[in-house]
Ligand binder design. Sequence first.
Ligand code: C2E
Ligand code: MG
Ligand code: MG
Length: 249
Amino acid sequence: RLEDSFEYAIEAEEFEVWYQPKYDTMSSTIVGAEALVRWRKDGELIPPFRFIPLFESNGMIAKLDEYVFRHVCRQQKRWQEMGKQLIPISVNISRASLFFSGIAGRYEEILKAYNLPPEFVQLEITESATLENDDISSLMNKFHNTGFRLLLDDFGNGYSSLATLNTMKFDILKLDKSLIDYIGDRNGEVLLRHTIQLAKDFGLNVTAEGVETKEQLNFLQEVKCDDIQGYYFSKPLPLAEFELLIKTA
Ligand code: C2E
Ligand code: MG
Ligand code: MG
Protein backbone atom coordinates (compact mmCIF):
# COMPACT_ATOMS: atom_id res chain seq x y z
CA ARG A 1 0.00 0.00 0.00
CA LEU A 2 2.81 2.43 0.93
CA GLU A 3 4.73 1.48 -2.20
CA ASP A 4 1.73 2.20 -4.43
CA SER A 5 1.21 5.61 -2.83
CA PHE A 6 4.82 6.78 -3.17
CA GLU A 7 4.72 8.62 -6.50
CA TYR A 8 1.52 10.40 -5.54
CA ALA A 9 2.96 11.30 -2.13
CA ILE A 10 6.00 12.94 -3.74
CA GLU A 11 3.78 14.92 -6.15
CA ALA A 12 1.37 15.95 -3.40
CA GLU A 13 4.26 16.82 -1.05
CA GLU A 14 2.95 14.50 1.65
CA PHE A 15 6.47 14.05 2.98
CA GLU A 16 7.17 16.57 5.73
CA VAL A 17 10.61 17.62 6.84
CA TRP A 18 11.08 18.01 10.60
CA TYR A 19 14.13 19.58 12.17
CA GLN A 20 16.06 18.44 15.24
CA PRO A 21 18.39 21.17 16.54
CA LYS A 22 22.04 20.53 17.39
CA TYR A 23 23.67 22.47 20.22
CA ASP A 24 27.18 23.54 21.09
CA THR A 25 28.19 21.37 24.07
CA MET A 26 29.85 24.14 26.06
CA SER A 27 27.53 27.10 25.42
CA SER A 28 24.23 25.24 24.80
CA THR A 29 23.54 27.53 21.83
CA ILE A 30 21.97 26.18 18.65
CA VAL A 31 24.57 25.50 15.94
CA GLY A 32 22.68 23.45 13.36
CA ALA A 33 19.95 20.87 12.81
CA GLU A 34 19.20 17.54 11.18
CA ALA A 35 16.35 17.23 8.67
CA LEU A 36 14.21 14.15 9.38
CA VAL A 37 11.41 13.00 7.11
CA ARG A 38 7.85 12.05 8.14
CA TRP A 39 4.92 11.04 5.95
CA ARG A 40 1.60 12.85 6.44
CA LYS A 41 -0.78 10.28 5.03
CA ASP A 42 -4.55 10.18 5.48
CA GLY A 43 -4.30 12.32 8.59
CA GLU A 44 -1.65 10.11 10.15
CA LEU A 45 2.01 11.05 10.70
CA ILE A 46 4.07 8.02 9.73
CA PRO A 47 7.59 7.79 11.24
CA PRO A 48 10.56 6.96 8.98
CA PHE A 49 11.23 3.47 10.36
CA ARG A 50 7.92 2.39 8.81
CA PHE A 51 8.79 3.35 5.22
CA ILE A 52 12.55 4.00 4.82
CA PRO A 53 13.53 0.28 4.87
CA LEU A 54 10.84 -0.45 2.26
CA PHE A 55 12.01 2.36 0.00
CA GLU A 56 15.61 1.25 0.48
CA SER A 57 14.76 -2.21 -0.76
CA ASN A 58 12.82 -1.08 -3.83
CA GLY A 59 15.11 1.80 -4.88
CA MET A 60 12.58 4.58 -4.26
CA ILE A 61 14.73 6.02 -1.48
CA ALA A 62 16.99 7.90 -3.94
CA LYS A 63 14.01 9.97 -5.01
CA LEU A 64 12.92 10.59 -1.42
CA ASP A 65 16.42 11.60 -0.30
CA GLU A 66 16.67 14.02 -3.19
CA TYR A 67 13.22 15.41 -2.33
CA VAL A 68 14.34 16.08 1.26
CA PHE A 69 17.61 17.63 0.07
CA ARG A 70 15.77 19.92 -2.37
CA HIS A 71 13.21 20.80 0.29
CA VAL A 72 15.96 21.82 2.74
CA CYS A 73 17.78 23.91 0.09
CA ARG A 74 14.51 25.70 -0.71
CA GLN A 75 13.81 26.30 2.97
CA GLN A 76 17.30 27.66 3.62
CA LYS A 77 16.84 30.05 0.70
CA ARG A 78 13.53 31.22 2.18
CA TRP A 79 15.11 31.78 5.58
CA GLN A 80 17.93 33.71 3.95
CA GLU A 81 15.38 35.92 2.19
CA MET A 82 13.55 36.40 5.50
CA GLY A 83 16.79 37.75 6.98
CA LYS A 84 17.43 34.71 9.17
CA GLN A 85 20.95 33.80 10.25
CA LEU A 86 21.53 30.51 8.42
CA ILE A 87 22.83 27.48 10.33
CA PRO A 88 23.92 24.20 8.67
CA ILE A 89 21.14 21.64 8.19
CA SER A 90 22.16 18.04 7.57
CA VAL A 91 20.16 15.63 5.41
CA ASN A 92 20.40 11.83 5.40
CA ILE A 93 21.54 9.93 2.34
CA SER A 94 20.76 6.24 2.35
CA ARG A 95 23.25 3.63 1.14
CA ALA A 96 20.85 2.77 -1.66
CA SER A 97 20.80 6.38 -2.86
CA LEU A 98 24.59 6.36 -3.17
CA PHE A 99 24.40 3.63 -5.79
CA PHE A 100 22.25 5.90 -7.89
CA SER A 101 24.79 7.19 -10.37
CA GLY A 102 25.11 10.90 -10.78
CA ILE A 103 23.94 11.73 -7.27
CA ALA A 104 26.87 14.11 -6.61
CA GLY A 105 26.20 16.02 -9.82
CA ARG A 106 22.48 16.26 -9.15
CA TYR A 107 22.92 17.53 -5.61
CA GLU A 108 25.42 20.12 -6.88
CA GLU A 109 22.93 21.28 -9.54
CA ILE A 110 20.13 21.63 -7.00
CA LEU A 111 22.38 23.60 -4.64
CA LYS A 112 23.41 25.94 -7.47
CA ALA A 113 19.79 26.36 -8.61
CA TYR A 114 19.05 27.78 -5.16
CA ASN A 115 22.29 29.74 -5.18
CA LEU A 116 23.11 28.46 -1.69
CA PRO A 117 26.62 28.15 -0.18
CA PRO A 118 27.41 24.43 0.36
CA GLU A 119 28.26 24.83 4.04
CA PHE A 120 24.56 25.24 4.84
CA VAL A 121 23.47 21.77 3.70
CA GLN A 122 25.50 18.89 5.12
CA LEU A 123 25.25 15.22 4.15
CA GLU A 124 24.88 12.33 6.62
CA ILE A 125 26.00 8.91 5.44
CA THR A 126 25.92 5.77 7.59
CA GLU A 127 28.90 3.60 8.09
CA SER A 128 27.27 0.45 6.74
CA ALA A 129 27.04 2.42 3.52
CA THR A 130 30.75 3.08 3.45
CA LEU A 131 31.57 -0.59 3.91
CA GLU A 132 29.49 -1.79 1.02
CA ASN A 133 30.29 0.78 -1.62
CA ASP A 134 33.78 0.51 -3.12
CA ASP A 135 33.27 3.72 -5.01
CA ILE A 136 32.40 5.68 -1.90
CA SER A 137 35.80 7.42 -1.78
CA SER A 138 35.46 8.91 -5.24
CA LEU A 139 31.88 9.88 -4.48
CA MET A 140 33.00 11.57 -1.27
CA ASN A 141 35.63 13.47 -3.24
CA LYS A 142 32.95 14.72 -5.61
CA PHE A 143 30.78 15.91 -2.72
CA HIS A 144 33.83 17.56 -1.12
CA ASN A 145 34.75 19.30 -4.37
CA THR A 146 31.31 20.91 -4.34
CA GLY A 147 32.04 22.06 -0.79
CA PHE A 148 29.68 19.78 1.14
CA ARG A 149 30.63 18.62 4.62
CA LEU A 150 30.18 14.89 5.21
CA LEU A 151 28.92 13.37 8.45
CA LEU A 152 29.52 9.75 9.44
CA ASP A 153 26.12 8.82 10.91
CA ASP A 154 25.37 6.19 13.59
CA PHE A 155 29.01 5.50 14.49
CA GLY A 156 29.12 2.72 17.06
CA ASN A 157 25.82 1.04 16.23
CA GLY A 158 27.31 -2.31 15.31
CA TYR A 159 28.93 -1.69 11.94
CA SER A 160 31.72 0.39 13.39
CA SER A 161 35.12 -0.05 11.94
CA LEU A 162 38.05 2.01 13.14
CA ALA A 163 39.42 1.81 9.61
CA THR A 164 36.55 4.00 8.44
CA LEU A 165 37.95 6.85 10.54
CA ASN A 166 41.35 6.34 8.99
CA THR A 167 40.53 5.77 5.34
CA MET A 168 37.36 7.78 4.77
CA LYS A 169 37.52 11.55 4.67
CA PHE A 170 34.56 12.44 6.83
CA ASP A 171 34.35 15.88 8.45
CA ILE A 172 32.06 15.12 11.38
CA LEU A 173 31.56 11.96 13.39
CA LYS A 174 28.11 11.30 14.87
CA LEU A 175 28.26 9.03 17.90
CA ASP A 176 25.26 6.71 17.91
CA LYS A 177 22.83 6.78 20.83
CA SER A 178 23.92 3.25 21.78
CA LEU A 179 27.37 4.66 22.69
CA ILE A 180 25.90 7.62 24.59
CA ASP A 181 23.88 5.13 26.65
CA TYR A 182 27.22 3.78 27.99
CA ILE A 183 27.62 6.95 30.06
CA GLY A 184 27.52 5.94 33.72
CA ASP A 185 29.34 2.68 33.02
CA ARG A 186 33.08 2.85 33.76
CA ASN A 187 34.35 0.88 30.77
CA GLY A 188 31.80 2.47 28.50
CA GLU A 189 33.04 5.90 29.48
CA VAL A 190 36.65 4.89 28.77
CA LEU A 191 35.55 3.75 25.31
CA LEU A 192 33.72 7.01 24.64
CA ARG A 193 36.48 9.23 25.97
CA HIS A 194 39.05 7.61 23.70
CA THR A 195 36.76 7.39 20.67
CA ILE A 196 36.15 11.14 20.90
CA GLN A 197 39.88 11.81 21.29
CA LEU A 198 40.68 9.50 18.37
CA ALA A 199 38.19 11.28 16.13
CA LYS A 200 39.58 14.65 17.13
CA ASP A 201 43.14 13.50 16.46
CA PHE A 202 41.97 12.59 12.96
CA GLY A 203 40.70 16.15 12.63
CA LEU A 204 36.99 15.35 12.87
CA ASN A 205 34.35 17.27 14.77
CA VAL A 206 32.21 15.09 17.04
CA THR A 207 28.43 15.25 17.53
CA ALA A 208 26.71 13.08 20.15
CA GLU A 209 23.29 11.70 19.14
CA GLY A 210 20.48 10.65 21.46
CA VAL A 211 21.57 12.69 24.48
CA GLU A 212 18.70 12.54 26.96
CA THR A 213 20.05 13.36 30.43
CA LYS A 214 21.98 16.02 32.32
CA GLU A 215 24.46 13.36 33.42
CA GLN A 216 25.22 12.56 29.76
CA LEU A 217 25.62 16.26 28.98
CA ASN A 218 28.02 16.73 31.91
CA PHE A 219 30.19 13.85 30.76
CA LEU A 220 30.22 15.08 27.15
CA GLN A 221 31.28 18.53 28.37
CA GLU A 222 34.10 16.99 30.38
CA VAL A 223 35.42 15.00 27.40
CA LYS A 224 34.94 18.01 25.10
CA CYS A 225 32.52 16.53 22.62
CA ASP A 226 31.78 19.39 20.18
CA ASP A 227 28.00 19.22 19.63
CA ILE A 228 24.91 17.61 21.12
CA GLN A 229 21.71 16.35 19.47
CA GLY A 230 19.05 14.71 21.57
CA TYR A 231 15.83 14.93 23.53
CA TYR A 232 17.65 16.60 26.45
CA PHE A 233 17.68 19.80 24.39
CA SER A 234 14.96 19.16 21.80
CA LYS A 235 13.00 16.52 19.91
CA PRO A 236 12.63 16.89 16.13
CA LEU A 237 10.31 19.86 15.52
CA PRO A 238 7.88 20.74 12.75
CA LEU A 239 8.94 23.68 10.57
CA ALA A 240 6.98 26.41 12.34
CA GLU A 241 8.35 25.50 15.77
CA PHE A 242 11.92 25.10 14.56
CA GLU A 243 11.81 28.41 12.74
CA LEU A 244 11.28 30.23 16.05
CA LEU A 245 14.69 28.98 17.21
CA ILE A 246 16.73 30.52 14.39
CA LYS A 247 17.75 34.07 14.92
CA THR A 248 17.20 37.00 12.65
CA ALA A 249 20.56 38.23 11.37
P1 C2E B 1 19.21 9.11 12.26
O1 C2E B 1 19.67 9.76 11.00
O2 C2E B 1 20.26 8.49 13.11
O3 C2E B 1 18.39 10.21 13.05
C1 C2E B 1 18.33 10.28 14.45
C2 C2E B 1 17.10 9.60 14.99
O4 C2E B 1 17.21 9.53 16.40
C3 C2E B 1 15.80 10.36 14.71
O5 C2E B 1 14.74 9.43 14.60
C4 C2E B 1 15.64 11.17 15.99
O6 C2E B 1 14.31 11.56 16.24
C5 C2E B 1 16.10 10.16 17.01
N1 C2E B 1 16.56 10.80 18.24
C6 C2E B 1 17.20 11.98 18.36
N2 C2E B 1 17.48 12.27 19.65
C7 C2E B 1 17.02 11.25 20.39
C8 C2E B 1 17.01 10.96 21.80
O7 C2E B 1 17.49 11.72 22.63
N3 C2E B 1 16.45 9.79 22.18
C9 C2E B 1 15.90 8.90 21.29
N4 C2E B 1 15.36 7.78 21.77
N5 C2E B 1 15.89 9.15 19.95
C10 C2E B 1 16.43 10.30 19.51
P2 C2E B 1 13.71 9.45 13.39
O8 C2E B 1 13.36 10.86 13.02
O9 C2E B 1 12.60 8.52 13.73
O10 C2E B 1 14.55 8.87 12.20
C11 C2E B 1 15.02 7.53 12.25
C12 C2E B 1 15.96 7.25 11.13
O11 C2E B 1 15.28 7.31 9.85
C13 C2E B 1 17.10 8.25 11.00
O12 C2E B 1 18.11 7.96 11.92
C14 C2E B 1 17.53 7.99 9.57
O13 C2E B 1 18.36 6.88 9.49
C15 C2E B 1 16.22 7.68 8.89
N6 C2E B 1 15.78 8.89 8.16
C16 C2E B 1 15.05 9.95 8.57
N7 C2E B 1 14.88 10.83 7.57
C17 C2E B 1 15.53 10.31 6.48
C18 C2E B 1 15.71 10.74 5.12
O14 C2E B 1 15.28 11.82 4.67
N8 C2E B 1 16.42 9.90 4.30
C19 C2E B 1 16.95 8.72 4.75
N9 C2E B 1 17.65 7.97 3.88
N10 C2E B 1 16.81 8.30 6.01
C20 C2E B 1 16.09 9.08 6.86
MG1 MG C 1 21.10 11.01 10.54
MG1 MG D 1 22.14 8.71 13.55
